[in-house]
Design a protein around this ligand. Sequence first.
Ligand SMILES: [Fe+2]
Ligand SMILES: [Fe+2]
Length: 297
Amino acid sequence: MSRFLPPLVPRKVAFDWSDTPLEWIPGQPFASHFINEINLLLPAGEFWFCRVFNQALPLITDDALRSEVKAFMRQESMHARAHAGATESYLHAHGIETESNTRLEDQLFEKLLGDQPMGFTLKGRPARQWLVFRVGIIAAIEHMTCVLGNYIIRNRQWDEAGADPTLLDLLRWHGAEEVEHRCVAFDLYRHLGGGYPSRYYLASIVMPIIFGLWVHGAAHLMKQDPRFADKKPSVFRPWMWGQWFKHARDGWLPSPLWLITKELSFFDPWYNPENEGSTEEALAYLNRSPAALAAAA
Ligand SMILES: [Fe+2]
Ligand SMILES: [Fe+2]
């Protein structure tokens, strides 16, 4: 590892959800539901990151990388707990049913991407290859979360519209830590011998799946909103995708085309996650995040 970045800092956070409305961007129910799905999409994946990285720890021969991986795991488990807390104390308090979304993600990460994929027990070299493959999947997802983290910490339109400060802080604290730890999964993948060809094909599979899960989950949240009842929101309906484009054009969401363009750098053989964000910008937010300051106090 040859990075010149400050060591990662695992931070505790505390959020009070008592005043956060379901339509947390006033006047923007589509964008509010769309971003709220992040609370459901992330925890299963982030706990799975921790389990996979925990298995990789004994294989790491670089002390600096090992301590970064440990700090990464502590950050990711805090992210997962914070979003799961938002689902419990915020979405459920508004009567939102979330289990059908989280069940799908649990099956994906526990069964399909677990230690015994589809029930097969792996030993020796295949077990190591399966571990490196999964670390590569995490590196591809971490590129996506870094892109989204940049979007969220730089977004100003939500603030100008009077968006809920607690939800904004959850998204920005998490987004800033994604930028802060953007190199760890990629460094671990390379350290364990992960190469370019497998990075290329696994990213080609992972990125459409994550976008599909996000839109599918957001559609499920919208189905529960009477204002969208006549639209029958679904990942398979063009209305859903058309609305995503429309809301992106109006500045309420990141554009799907912009996201795809930003994902392309991961396919570059000379990809370097250090170039994908600014640590100074991330730390500037983390040092003033109300949730991080509240927990520290
Ligand atoms: Fe995270
Ligand atoms: Fe992350």
